[in-house]
Ligand binder design. Structure first.
Ligand code: C5P
Length: 248
């Protein structure tokens, strides 16, 4: 687990789920000076090209490139080798791609990282936070509880030498217990009290997520689609800091 004393702003990753640069620039200007870490997903990356990472790094932001690579090992390796040159801080693969694919992705990332630069964190997506038990059992044909699949994928991710996983905050306590505090947990499915659940199913509030031990929270629409994104951001920071003070 990352230090409790760490500034929570460094641990809250804002999902830039937009297609246009106008929307990105508008969001960054509104939240300027507040946000430190952003996430580029498929929508933005496919619309603007991978150089969007350079643009965001030039703005002084840390970048999580959320492309959820899932392919044969050789292709995953090549993809990571190419992506590494962008210099993002974090990138991910689907753990469902299996051990060999994750190992190949890690090797590709290591090979592609510019000499002297730190290798970006490599994270395995366990089970999407939009996936319910019913979807997992009846559509994906994976029997049992979501938690069992998440833990199995998390173990596989660690075995492949990755740095951590993406999961629901609800799953963090047992992942940390089984795999250790230093195994990083990145958690979407964050909904402040009263926020619209949308398509997410395994959700918590931001303060619950940190209390459960999440290292990084991924927060999208609760901030970016709010009428007042600054107020939404500040409310979350205040709720988290208040909760931490109450626990100290
Ligand atoms: O708007 P919202 O807070 O639901 O956005 C969550 C973000 O986290 C989205 O960009 C989504 O792609 C991403 N994500 C997720 N579940 C995962 C991995 C990533 O929701 N398991």
């Amino acid at each position: 687990m990352l230090p409790q004393t760490a500034d929570v702003r460094e641990r809250m990753i804002v999902a830039l789920d937009f297609a246009t640069m106008e929307e990105v620039k508008q969001c960054l200007s509104v939240l300027h000076g507040r946000i430190r870490y952003v996430k580029v997903g498929m929508e933005l990356s496919y619309a603007q090209g991978p150089s969007i990472v350079n643009y965001l790094k030039d703005q002084g932001l840390k970048v999580f490139l959320d492309l959820k690579i899932h392919d044969i090992p050789n292709t995953a390796k090549g993809a990571m080798r190419s992506l590494a040159k962008l210099g993002m801080d974090m990138v991910n693969v689907h753990a469902a791609g299996g051990l060999a694919m994750m190992e190949a992705a890690r090797e590709g990332l290591e090979q592609g990282t510019v000499a002297g630069a730190p290798r970006p964190l490599l994270i395995g997506v366990t089970m999407l936070t939009s996936t319910s038990k019913r979807t997992m059992n009846e559509e994906l044909l994976i029997s049992g509880e979501v938690e069992d699949t998440v833990l199995h994928y998390a173990k596989l991710t660690k075995q492949a030498g990755l740095d951590g996983i993406v999961a629901s905050p609800l799953e963090v306590p047992f992942i940390k217990k089984e795999l250790g505090d230093s195994f990083i947990t990145v958690t979407p499915g964050i909904r402040p009290l009263g926020a619209d659940q949308g398509d997410q199913t395994r959700i918590t509030t931001p303060e619950q997520a940190f209390r459960l031990g999440s290292d990084y929270l991924v927060i999208g629409r609760a901030i970016t689609a709010a009428n007042d994104p600054v107020a939404a951001w500040e409310r979350i920071v205040e709720a988290v800091e208040e909760d931490r003070a109450n626990q100290a």
